[in-house]
Write a protein that binds this ligand. Structure first.
Ligand code: AHR
Length: 495
């Protein structure tokens, strides 16, 4: 074990609200995310509600997901929404050009997605098609969903079984238009953003929050041009950054069976999120010092090589203790930037990339990442409070990162929650924590840890990695001493 680290928490210094939308998710028509993962159809022997599997609905409801982004991803800029409404037998079968070239039968469309959001208690976020769709199609989609009066779109909606409009707040004007969404240059996309977004209208009381396609990772020029040319017309600018353990797209490395070097490299890659947000925020602040425009990290998470023997276009990967720690570190980073980052959507909900749920036929399991979202949900809409941590460095092969990640917030009932993460693969860490500006005491804790770095849940053993009660804290001479095992995440309640 290394030296004692000092953590000071100033419970009375308010650092702003942690927007609950930082705990949002993303579901794309990719691999087995929508089909099998959510949608099994009306004739399925798997227990379902209107074609959507009950086990998944129940698990997601419990997670209190604030916002769900759909239908892509790259799929969004190929998606023609009109193919996905009306009687199932009349819906077009098309090819999913981005993901495995499989048949997309359009059975999960606008009605099904919005119903799914109702069932899991989440707000919808729709990504519109700029890459291959028209301005008119985008305008009509919003009209179809949100307009209450009489129009061809609302008549069509009613004929398709929905009389009342839905409420829809979040709308993305394209996805990755610098890449799969059209290979555009920033000035060209800025003009298209101005054009398309003008036709994304507010009907009645429904007010759309418009999100522009933002940069890929460290493309700071994209952020500069977008903010300069179109910042006045947007509510949010997206950012996509994935954690690949090697930093190389051609060789992302395995999701299990990795060694401690790859473990370290994964965290080295993941904490880069902090620098990315800081630097994009600085550019945004040149044009928007009031921070009216939010940074929306609507794709993040781990991306490894697919599981051997699975379709390379389906992006199915295992989810281990390492993914849990990646999620915890990123959530703490998002908290830290709560003045600019107002939404984050982990990729993706079920069976794809860093999923919170995996399914196999009628079976379902909760991944270690699920448990982090569950443990951390206490931070949603809580007030972040000031903290100072002198973390030891976690070193490997001449490189180093901070060993401990921490965040603290106070919820509406006055309970403080402290989320702590020890990234070291082998060393435990002891913290001496001073709680200032409060008389409260640490009363309970939960911990996620496991016997191996790549421990994961399987369909036969779904409870290999699950949270447990944490008791390794004590008070002495006015301070709290907290012992974090190697490779663990702890959430403490203080009241
Ligand atoms: O999440 C998988 C893909 O990653 C998305 O479709 C795309 O937006 C990103 O490149």
């Amino acid at each position: 074990m290394g030296a004692l680290s000092k953590l000071i928490i100033n419970a009375d210094i308010n650092k702003g609200t942690i927007n609950r939308n930082l705990y949002s998710h993303f579901a794309e028509h990719l691999g087995r995310c929508i089909y099998e993962g959510i949608w099994v159809g009306h004739d399925s022997p798997i227990a379902h509600t209107e074609g959507m599997r009950n086990d998944v609905i129940e698990a997601l409801r419990a997670l209190q997901i604030p916002v769900l982004r759909w239908p892509g991803g790259c799929f969004a800029d190929a998606y023609l929404w009109k193919d996905g409404v009306g009687p199932y037998e009349q819906r077009k079968k098309v090819v999913n050009v981005h993901w495995g070239g499989v048949v997309e039968n359009n059975h999960f469309g606008t009605h099904e997605f919005l119903r799914f959001c109702e069932l899991i208690g989440t707000e919808p976020y729709i990504a519109g098609n700029v890459g291959s769709g028209t301005v008119r199609e985008m305008a009509e989609w919003v009209e179809y969903i949100t307009f209450e009066g009489e129009s061809p779109m609302t008549e069509w909606r009613e004929a398709n079984g929905r009389e009342k409009p839905w409420s829809l707040k979040y709308f993305g004007i394209g996805n990755e238009n610098w890449g799969c969404g059209g290979n555009m240059r920033p000035k060209y996309y800025s003009d298209l953003y101005r054009h398309y977004s003008s036709y994304v209208r507010n009907y009645g009381a429904n007010k759309i929050y418009k999100i522009a396609c933002g940069p890929n990772t460290a493309d700071y020029n994209w952020t500069e041009v977008l903010m300069r040319e179109a910042g006045d017309l947007m509510d949010g600018l997206s950012l996509h950054y994935y954690t690949t353990q090697t930093g190389e797209w051609g060789n992302k490395g395995p999701s299990t069976g990795f060694d401690e070097q790859l473990w370290f490299q994964t965290f080295k890659q993941t904490v880069y999120m902090d620098e990315l947000i800081e630097r994009h925020d600085a550019i945004m602040s040149k044009y928007d010092p009031e921070k009216r425009v939010a940074l929306i990290v609507d794709e993040w998470g781990t991306w490894y090589d697919v599981e051997p023997g699975t379709n390379p276009g389906f992006l199915y990967q295992q989810n281990t203790l390492r993914d849990a720690l990646v999620a915890a570190v990123n959530l703490n980073i998002f908290h830290k930037h709560n003045d600019r980052v107002q939404m984050a959507n982990i990729a993706q909900l079920v069976n794809v990339l860093q999923a919170v749920i995996l399914t196999e036929g009628s079976r379902m399991l909760l991944t270690p990442t699920y448990h982090i979202f569950d443990m951390f949900k206490v931070h949603q809409d809580a007030v972040r409070v000031d903290l100072a941590l002198d973390s030891p460095r976690y070193e490997m092969n001449g490189e180093s990162i901070e060993q401990i990640s921490a965040s603290a917030s106070v919820d509406t009932e006055g309970t403080m929650h402290i989320s702590l993460c020890n990234l070291h693969h082998a060393d435990s860490a002891e913290l001496r924590c001073e709680l200032r500006g409060t008389e409260a005491a640490v009363v309970s804790g939960r911990i996620l840890q496991a016997s191996a770095l790549d421990a994961h849940n399987t369909f036969d053993e779904p409870e290999q990695v699950t949270p447990a009660e944490f008791r390794d804290f004590r008070q002495e001479a006015g301070s709290w001493f907290i012992k974090l095992p190697a490779a663990s995440v702890v959430v403490l309640s203080v009241k």
